[in-house]
Structures are given as structure tokens and as C-alpha cells.
Design a protein around this ligand. Structure first.
Ligand code: ZN
Length: 414
């Protein structure tokens, strides 16, 4: 199966479409000359053997639960068809995930992890050992396997990176400025201040504060705190009172190849007692009615004067994209827990601090994303806290230390 990423931008604005088209076509022209095709897959009980007809660059494995699956990405590989399965493996599927990556998916009878794996001496077979584990033991993250150096395909030359038309800083693409260390290897986090321009978001009954202004000030405070920490790079989707449709917000994160995306909001409730912060991650099934209602409210930002600026909702139900999204959702949920852990040292969270719902702004399939409702603009104390210098500093410290621990943890796993 071929994934045409340009199609996913259906509802996005033209500049993004144009960029996506350029990227895709440039990538296609740099197909590796010699990619090993997957010639055979045997899953025999807990032993899996994947055979190639030529050399590949390497492979990585990750586990997924509900439904239970293991996915193998083969770099420098071409997908073949099907495979033979017995035992814990119920079925095998393959697809061409990117021009240079074949993805193989094993549907499992119960949760399992790859506990050992290695390439054969000639680099043309990858042997993996599976072990059933409890669902809670499934770790997010990948294990990588490399063929012996003499039998490893060279990665495709990335000469397209110099051929990209990057010249003009203020062309139609309009990517925001990246703050922090001038080092592309540092993780990049994109902070999105919700609403903006003609969309004020929630208007506080206490002093008439607009959500769009409250969250912009918070976004800037978090940016400054991260820049001062010097560990990660950071960009804002907006740094002024500007309106962006929801797809543009995560589109910016994707185009910058961000490692993490945080959308900042402030909540409203009929009950003025309601207070505290909540962190939301993406799920098609909302965790409760309140979460579903909030998602519907935040998603409305795309509909102005009855016209849906975000375009029709796309059905991105391809199994391959779905898998990436699920892996991304696991990482997002891990970050949500960290955000609660670090954040609650600085500010008040709600009783159920992590909830799920279908927020459009969290739908980038490949960027771990959370939506952070920093508090209630309908609650007097929350409004005072979020609008004070001390409150902003506390939110910034909590969010920034969660971000820094998240990336420290990821680096340690490598
Ligand atoms: Zn909002």
C-alpha cells in the first residue's frame, strides 16, 4: 500500500499543500537504488523470521495494545505481500510506509513484546523472539536492529536537503521562528496558544479576560522558561493576536518536524466552583461526556460564520497511518502523566487530571500532542492565578520541567 501524504492535507491551506507536494515529490526522486524487498515472513509460535532478497539498512520494532499488535519498520526495505503465521501471531500485513520504509504488522492473540532480535550474518534475515506479557508491561518506544556492517544497505543520499527551496524567510510558507540552541539535534517542542484574532475563546465573567490573551501570555512564559533552560528548542504557532485554523496549528508542528506539540487553553463551566487544570490527549472515544462537550466546543474554532475553514474531516483510516497514530497516542499519554506529575507541584489539577476526547488540534498522526486546559476562566481564583506574574511563572515551570523530563527519559531509552 502506498501512502500519499499529500492527500492528507486536503483541508489545509494552500501553502501547506504546496510544501507537502514538493516534499513528497522530492523524496520520491531519491528512492534508494538497492532496497531489499521482503521476500518471506514466517511466524512460528514465538519465533518470527523476516527474509529479504537484498540488503536493508536496519529495522525497528514497537508494540501496541487494544488490539494487540507488533509493528516492524524496515529501513531501506520494500514491502512484499502477506506472510505465514501460526501460534500467538494471528495474521501478517505489510505496506510501504514511506518510500524508504516497509512496515510489517503482526496481529497478535494477546499482548506480546519482542524480547530478542538479530539479523543473520549475511544481513538477509531478521530473526525476532516474541514473548507474551501483561498489557501493563508493554513499553512505548522502539527497539532497533542493525545488520552486520558489511551487509548493511547505505541510507539514501539526502541531497534533497540542499535542493529544497528554503531561500526567502517570509514566503507563503511562513513557519514560525525557532528559539533555543542552534542545534537541529535538540528536541523541538511547538507551543500552540489556542484561539486568536476574531476568535476570543472563552470570555471570563470575572474581569472580561479573553482566553486567547491568557493562553498567549502563558505560551510566551513557557517559551522563555524553556529557552532559559537551554535544553530544547521551542517555537510558537502564534506570537500575536492572530487567527489560525486548527489544522494549521498542528500543520506547523509537522512542517517543523516537532517532537512534541502542546495546545494551551483555558476552560469554562456553568458551575463557577469548577477549577483546576486538565490535560487531554486524543481518542476517538471520549473518556466522559464533559470531555466530549469540551472537544466539540474547542473544535468549533474552525467554524466561523457557518463556514468550516478546516474543510471536511478526512478519513485517514489506513491501517498504516492508524498504527503511527496509535504509537503517537501512547507517547502523548506518557507525556500527559508527566505533565500532571510535574505540573501539580506548581498548580492545582482536577481530580481526574488526564482525559481523552477527539480534538481536531491533536490529530497529527506523527507528532505526540496534548491539549492543556490550564484552569477555568469561570473560576475567580483560577482567573487571578493565570493572570498573575507568579501564576504564569508557576505554569511555565511545571510545563517546562515536564517537557525536559520527557526528553531526558526518551534520550535515556536510546
Ligand atoms: Zn480553548
Amino acid at each position: 500500500m502506498k501512502i500519499d501524504w499529500t492527500k492528507m492535507g486536503h483541508g489545509m491551506h494552500k501553502p501547506f499543500m504546496a510544501l507537502a507536494t514538493i516534499l513528497a515529490s522530492v523524496l520520491m526522486t531519491f528512492n534508494p537504488a538497492h532496497a531489499g524487498s521482503v521476500s518471506r515472513i514466517d511466524a512460528n509460535g514465538s519465533q518470527i523470521t523476516i527474509s529479504f532478497d537484498d540488503l536493508v539498512e536496519g529495522a525497528s520494532a514497537f508494540s501496541l495494545v487494544g488490539p494487540d499488535r507488533i509493528a516492524i519498520d524496515v529501513q531501506g526495505g520494500k514491502a512484499g505481500r502477506g506472510g505465514h503465521a501460526t501460534g500467538i501471531v494471528k495474521g501478517v500485513r505489510q505496506g510501504q510506509y514511506t518510500p524508504n520504509t516497509a512496515r510489517i504488522v503482526f496481529d497478535l492473540e494477546r499482548p506480546a513484546m519482542v524480547t530478542a532480535g538479530s539479523f543473520s550474518e549475511d544481513g538477509k534475515k531478521l530473526n525476532l523472539r516474541l514473548q507474551p506479557v501483561g498489557q501493563s508491561q508493554i513499553a512505548s518506544g522502539r527497539q532497533s536492529f542493525l545488520p552486520p556492517a558489511n551487509f548493511r544497505a547505505e541510507p539514501p543520499r539526502k541531497s534533497y536537503s540542499v535542493k529544497m527551496p528554503l531561500g526567502k524567510p517570509r514566503d507563503s510558507v511562513n513557519l514560525p521562528k525557532i528559539y533555543g540552541p542552534n542545534d537541529v539535534n535538540r528536541p523541538l517542542v511547538v507551543i500552540d496558544a489556542g484561539h486568536g484574532g476574531h476568535d476570543p475563546g472563552t470570555v471570563s465573567p470575572h474581569g472580561g479576560k479573553y482566553e486567547k490573551n491568557v493562553v498567549l501570555a502563558l505560551a510566551m512564559a513557557i517559551r522563555d522558561r524553556l529557552v532559559a533552560g537551554g535544553r530544547v528548542r521551542v517555537a510558537l504557532t502564534r506570537d500575536s493576536d492572530e487567527y489560525l485554523v486548527l489544522e494549521e496549528r498542528y500543520g506547523i508542528a509537522r512542517r517543523l518536524n516537532a517532537d512534541l506539540f502542546i495546545s494551551l487553553h483555558a476552560d469554562a463551566a456553568g458551575n463557577e466552583e469548577a477549577s483546576g487544570a486538565t490535560v487531554y490527549t486524543l481518542s476517538e472515544v471520549a473518556s466522559d461526556r464533559e470531555a466530549a462537550k469540551l472537544a466539540a466546543r474547542e473544535n468549533k474554532a474552525n467554524i466561523i460564520n457557518g463556514i468550516n475553514l478546516g474543510g471536511a474531516t478526512r478519513d485517514v483510516s489506513s491501517i498504516l497511518i492508524d498504527l503511527t497514530q496509535r504509537e503517537t497516542m501512547n507517547v502523548s499519554a506518557d507525556f500527559a502523566k508527566l505533565l500532571h506529575r510535574e505540573g501539580s507541584r506548581q498548580m492545582v489539577f482536577r481530580k481526574i487530571p488526564h482525559r481523552f476526547a477527539s480534538f481536531v488540534v491533536l490529530k497529527a498522526p506523527d507528532t505526540p500532542s496534548v491539549l492543556f486546559e490550564a484552569g477555568y476562566l469561570t473560576n475567580k481564583d483560577d482567573v487571578a492565578f493565570l493572570n498573575s506574574r507568579d501564576g504564569r511563572a508557576r505554569v511555565a515551570t511545571g510545563v517546562a520541567s515536564a517537557i525536559e523530563s520527557h526528553f531526558a527519559r526518551k534520550l535515556a531509552m536510546r
